[in-house]
Design a protein around this ligand. Structure first.
Ligand code: ADP
Length: 240
Protein backbone atom coordinates (compact mmCIF):
# COMPACT_ATOMS: atom_id res chain seq x y z
CA UNK A 1 0.00 0.00 0.00
CA UNK A 2 1.63 3.28 -1.06
CA UNK A 3 1.31 6.61 0.78
CA UNK A 4 -0.24 8.07 -2.34
CA UNK A 5 -2.92 5.39 -2.50
CA UNK A 6 -3.73 5.81 1.18
CA UNK A 7 -4.08 9.56 0.83
CA UNK A 8 -6.34 9.25 -2.19
CA UNK A 9 -8.42 6.62 -0.42
CA UNK A 10 -8.80 8.81 2.67
CA UNK A 11 -9.76 11.78 0.55
CA UNK A 12 -12.36 9.70 -1.29
CA UNK A 13 -13.88 8.49 1.98
CA UNK A 14 -13.98 11.71 3.90
CA UNK A 15 -14.25 15.43 4.05
CA UNK A 16 -11.39 16.10 6.37
CA UNK A 17 -7.98 14.63 7.06
CA UNK A 18 -6.23 15.26 10.38
CA UNK A 19 -2.56 14.51 11.07
CA UNK A 20 -1.56 13.67 14.63
CA UNK A 21 1.94 13.32 15.99
CA UNK A 22 2.05 9.90 17.60
CA UNK A 23 4.55 7.13 18.27
CA UNK A 24 3.72 3.91 16.45
CA UNK A 25 5.62 0.95 15.10
CA UNK A 26 7.41 1.06 11.79
CA UNK A 27 4.83 -0.34 9.39
CA UNK A 28 2.07 1.49 7.60
CA UNK A 29 -1.23 0.20 8.84
CA UNK A 30 -4.74 1.21 7.99
CA UNK A 31 -7.98 0.48 9.73
CA UNK A 32 -11.53 1.34 8.97
CA UNK A 33 -13.83 2.24 11.81
CA UNK A 34 -17.45 3.31 11.52
CA UNK A 35 -16.50 6.92 12.23
CA UNK A 36 -13.55 7.20 9.88
CA UNK A 37 -10.45 5.76 8.33
CA UNK A 38 -7.17 5.70 10.23
CA UNK A 39 -3.65 5.25 8.90
CA UNK A 40 -0.52 4.77 11.00
CA UNK A 41 2.71 5.95 9.36
CA UNK A 42 6.11 4.69 10.40
CA UNK A 43 7.45 8.13 11.31
CA UNK A 44 5.16 8.34 14.31
CA UNK A 45 2.28 10.08 12.59
CA UNK A 46 -1.31 8.99 12.67
CA UNK A 47 -3.51 10.28 9.94
CA UNK A 48 -7.16 10.28 10.84
CA UNK A 49 -9.63 10.78 8.07
CA UNK A 50 -13.10 11.73 9.23
CA UNK A 51 -16.22 11.63 7.14
CA UNK A 52 -19.52 13.00 8.24
CA UNK A 53 -21.82 10.11 9.00
CA UNK A 54 -23.77 10.42 5.79
CA UNK A 55 -20.54 10.44 3.74
CA UNK A 56 -19.25 7.16 5.10
CA UNK A 57 -20.20 4.71 2.36
CA UNK A 58 -20.56 1.67 4.60
CA UNK A 59 -23.93 2.86 5.90
CA UNK A 60 -27.18 3.70 4.22
CA UNK A 61 -30.47 4.72 5.74
CA UNK A 62 -33.68 3.47 4.15
CA UNK A 63 -36.73 4.94 5.89
CA UNK A 64 -36.23 4.11 9.56
CA UNK A 65 -33.74 1.31 8.90
CA UNK A 66 -29.99 1.48 8.69
CA UNK A 67 -28.01 -0.83 6.44
CA UNK A 68 -24.51 -1.29 7.83
CA UNK A 69 -21.47 -3.05 6.44
CA UNK A 70 -18.77 -4.36 8.73
CA UNK A 71 -15.95 -6.82 8.52
CA UNK A 72 -16.09 -9.60 11.09
CA UNK A 73 -17.33 -12.94 12.36
CA UNK A 74 -21.11 -13.14 12.30
CA UNK A 75 -21.25 -15.65 15.18
CA UNK A 76 -20.30 -12.83 17.57
CA UNK A 77 -23.03 -10.42 16.56
CA UNK A 78 -25.53 -9.23 19.16
CA UNK A 79 -28.61 -8.92 17.01
CA UNK A 80 -32.08 -10.48 17.05
CA UNK A 81 -31.21 -12.89 14.25
CA UNK A 82 -28.17 -13.93 12.31
CA UNK A 83 -28.57 -15.48 8.88
CA UNK A 84 -26.80 -18.71 8.06
CA UNK A 85 -25.64 -19.64 4.54
CA UNK A 86 -27.20 -23.10 4.83
CA UNK A 87 -27.52 -26.00 2.40
CA UNK A 88 -30.92 -27.37 1.46
CA UNK A 89 -30.47 -30.48 3.62
CA UNK A 90 -29.87 -28.25 6.67
CA UNK A 91 -27.06 -30.67 7.42
CA UNK A 92 -24.39 -28.24 8.47
CA UNK A 93 -21.21 -27.77 6.50
CA UNK A 94 -18.10 -25.63 6.27
CA UNK A 95 -17.80 -21.86 6.05
CA UNK A 96 -20.22 -19.74 7.99
CA UNK A 97 -22.58 -22.70 8.50
CA UNK A 98 -19.88 -24.68 10.32
CA UNK A 99 -18.91 -21.63 12.37
CA UNK A 100 -22.52 -21.02 13.49
CA UNK A 101 -23.08 -24.64 14.54
CA UNK A 102 -19.72 -24.77 16.34
CA UNK A 103 -20.34 -21.56 18.25
CA UNK A 104 -24.06 -22.16 18.86
CA UNK A 105 -23.83 -25.76 20.03
CA UNK A 106 -25.89 -28.87 19.15
CA UNK A 107 -29.34 -27.38 19.85
CA UNK A 108 -29.36 -25.62 16.49
CA UNK A 109 -28.64 -28.85 14.60
CA UNK A 110 -31.34 -30.64 16.59
CA UNK A 111 -33.89 -28.05 15.45
CA UNK A 112 -32.61 -28.38 11.89
CA UNK A 113 -33.21 -32.15 12.13
CA UNK A 114 -36.78 -31.53 13.24
CA UNK A 115 -37.41 -29.18 10.31
CA UNK A 116 -35.91 -31.77 7.95
CA UNK A 117 -38.16 -34.48 9.38
CA UNK A 118 -41.20 -32.21 9.04
CA UNK A 119 -40.64 -30.70 5.59
CA UNK A 120 -37.62 -32.41 4.06
CA UNK A 121 -35.16 -29.53 4.38
CA UNK A 122 -35.20 -26.08 2.82
CA UNK A 123 -35.26 -25.52 -0.97
CA UNK A 124 -32.82 -23.13 -2.64
CA UNK A 125 -34.03 -19.53 -2.33
CA UNK A 126 -36.00 -20.23 0.87
CA UNK A 127 -35.27 -19.70 4.57
CA UNK A 128 -36.27 -21.38 7.84
CA UNK A 129 -35.78 -20.32 11.47
CA UNK A 130 -34.32 -22.02 14.54
CA UNK A 131 -33.23 -20.81 17.94
CA UNK A 132 -29.63 -19.71 18.30
CA UNK A 133 -28.32 -22.02 21.05
CA UNK A 134 -25.37 -20.43 22.82
CA UNK A 135 -25.05 -17.51 20.40
CA UNK A 136 -25.84 -13.96 21.49
CA UNK A 137 -28.51 -13.71 18.80
CA UNK A 138 -32.04 -15.01 19.54
CA UNK A 139 -32.61 -16.76 16.22
CA UNK A 140 -30.70 -18.25 13.33
CA UNK A 141 -32.38 -17.84 9.95
CA UNK A 142 -31.08 -20.58 7.68
CA UNK A 143 -31.19 -19.28 4.10
CA UNK A 144 -30.21 -21.38 1.11
CA UNK A 145 -28.52 -19.42 -1.65
CA UNK A 146 -27.85 -20.82 -5.13
CA UNK A 147 -24.74 -22.60 -6.33
CA UNK A 148 -23.12 -20.49 -9.08
CA UNK A 149 -23.35 -22.26 -12.44
CA UNK A 150 -22.24 -19.44 -14.72
CA UNK A 151 -25.20 -17.12 -14.22
CA UNK A 152 -27.75 -18.55 -16.68
CA UNK A 153 -29.46 -20.87 -14.23
CA UNK A 154 -31.61 -18.30 -12.41
CA UNK A 155 -28.93 -17.70 -9.79
CA UNK A 156 -29.69 -14.00 -9.41
CA UNK A 157 -33.38 -14.50 -8.68
CA UNK A 158 -32.60 -17.35 -6.27
CA UNK A 159 -30.09 -15.17 -4.44
CA UNK A 160 -32.63 -12.32 -4.22
CA UNK A 161 -35.16 -14.80 -2.93
CA UNK A 162 -32.81 -16.06 -0.19
CA UNK A 163 -32.38 -12.48 1.12
CA UNK A 164 -36.09 -11.67 0.71
CA UNK A 165 -37.16 -14.84 2.53
CA UNK A 166 -34.74 -14.15 5.38
CA UNK A 167 -36.14 -10.65 5.80
CA UNK A 168 -39.68 -12.03 5.69
CA UNK A 169 -38.87 -14.53 8.47
CA UNK A 170 -37.50 -11.63 10.54
CA UNK A 171 -40.50 -9.43 9.80
CA UNK A 172 -42.93 -12.22 10.78
CA UNK A 173 -41.31 -12.23 14.22
CA UNK A 174 -41.21 -8.42 14.47
CA UNK A 175 -37.42 -8.46 14.76
CA UNK A 176 -35.48 -5.23 14.70
CA UNK A 177 -31.89 -6.23 14.00
CA UNK A 178 -30.66 -8.85 11.58
CA UNK A 179 -27.14 -9.72 10.41
CA UNK A 180 -26.33 -11.33 7.07
CA UNK A 181 -23.15 -12.96 5.81
CA UNK A 182 -22.47 -12.82 2.09
CA UNK A 183 -24.73 -15.69 0.95
CA UNK A 184 -23.43 -18.02 -1.78
CA UNK A 185 -20.05 -16.34 -2.27
CA UNK A 186 -17.97 -18.98 -0.48
CA UNK A 187 -18.24 -22.67 -1.33
CA UNK A 188 -21.21 -21.97 -3.64
CA UNK A 189 -18.94 -19.87 -5.86
CA UNK A 190 -21.17 -16.88 -6.67
CA UNK A 191 -18.71 -14.11 -7.70
CA UNK A 192 -18.81 -11.57 -4.89
CA UNK A 193 -18.75 -8.53 -7.20
CA UNK A 194 -21.96 -9.86 -8.79
CA UNK A 195 -23.55 -11.02 -5.53
CA UNK A 196 -23.02 -7.79 -3.55
CA UNK A 197 -25.26 -5.51 -5.69
CA UNK A 198 -27.93 -8.22 -5.83
CA UNK A 199 -27.89 -8.66 -2.04
CA UNK A 200 -27.94 -4.96 -1.26
CA UNK A 201 -30.51 -3.97 -3.87
CA UNK A 202 -32.89 -6.70 -2.69
CA UNK A 203 -32.54 -5.58 0.92
CA UNK A 204 -33.14 -1.95 -0.07
CA UNK A 205 -36.18 -2.94 -2.14
CA UNK A 206 -37.60 -4.98 0.74
CA UNK A 207 -37.10 -2.19 3.26
CA UNK A 208 -38.82 0.30 0.95
CA UNK A 209 -41.71 -1.85 -0.21
CA UNK A 210 -42.60 -4.41 2.45
CA UNK A 211 -44.10 -4.17 5.93
CA UNK A 212 -41.44 -4.80 8.53
CA UNK A 213 -40.18 -3.79 11.96
CA UNK A 214 -36.48 -3.77 11.06
CA UNK A 215 -34.27 -0.97 12.31
CA UNK A 216 -30.89 -2.38 11.30
CA UNK A 217 -29.72 -4.75 8.60
CA UNK A 218 -26.07 -5.53 9.14
CA UNK A 219 -23.82 -7.25 6.60
CA UNK A 220 -21.00 -8.97 8.47
CA UNK A 221 -18.34 -9.71 5.89
CA UNK A 222 -15.59 -12.11 6.70
CA UNK A 223 -12.69 -10.80 4.66
CA UNK A 224 -11.40 -7.62 3.07
CA UNK A 225 -12.22 -8.64 -0.51
CA UNK A 226 -15.86 -9.32 0.39
CA UNK A 227 -16.09 -6.13 2.40
CA UNK A 228 -14.69 -4.10 -0.50
CA UNK A 229 -17.15 -5.63 -2.97
CA UNK A 230 -20.09 -4.69 -0.72
CA UNK A 231 -18.72 -1.24 -0.08
CA UNK A 232 -18.35 -0.58 -3.82
CA UNK A 233 -21.86 -1.89 -4.48
CA UNK A 234 -23.39 0.20 -1.68
CA UNK A 235 -21.60 3.35 -2.87
CA UNK A 236 -22.98 2.81 -6.38
CA UNK A 237 -26.51 2.18 -5.09
CA UNK A 238 -26.31 5.35 -2.99
CA UNK A 239 -25.30 7.35 -6.07
CA UNK A 240 -28.03 5.90 -8.31
P1 ADP B 1 -21.97 -20.54 0.65
O1 ADP B 1 -21.94 -22.05 0.65
O2 ADP B 1 -23.37 -19.97 0.65
O3 ADP B 1 -21.09 -19.97 -0.40
P2 ADP B 1 -19.96 -20.10 2.73
O4 ADP B 1 -20.13 -20.25 4.20
O5 ADP B 1 -19.02 -21.04 2.06
O6 ADP B 1 -21.44 -20.15 2.11
O7 ADP B 1 -19.49 -18.63 2.40
C1 ADP B 1 -20.35 -17.51 2.46
C2 ADP B 1 -19.57 -16.32 2.97
O8 ADP B 1 -19.45 -16.42 4.38
C3 ADP B 1 -18.15 -16.20 2.43
O9 ADP B 1 -17.91 -14.84 2.09
C4 ADP B 1 -17.29 -16.62 3.62
O10 ADP B 1 -16.03 -15.98 3.60
C5 ADP B 1 -18.13 -16.08 4.75
N1 ADP B 1 -17.87 -16.57 6.11
C6 ADP B 1 -17.25 -17.72 6.52
N2 ADP B 1 -17.22 -17.77 7.87
C7 ADP B 1 -17.86 -16.63 8.32
C8 ADP B 1 -18.14 -16.08 9.60
N3 ADP B 1 -17.79 -16.71 10.73
N4 ADP B 1 -18.78 -14.87 9.66
C9 ADP B 1 -19.15 -14.22 8.54
N5 ADP B 1 -18.92 -14.69 7.31
C10 ADP B 1 -18.28 -15.88 7.19
Amino acid sequence: MSYCFILMECWRRSKCIIFHSYMTDSNIKASREPEGFYVWFGEGVVMESRGERSDVPMRMVVGETEIRLKQGDITREEVDAIVNAANSGLLGGGGVDGAIHRAGGPEIMEECRQIRARQGGCPTGKAVVTGAGKLKARYVIHAVGPVWRGGDGGEEELLRSAYRESLQRAAERQLQRIAFPSLSTGAYGYPVDKAAPVALSEVIRFLKEENHSLREVRFVLFNEETYQAYETALSRLKES
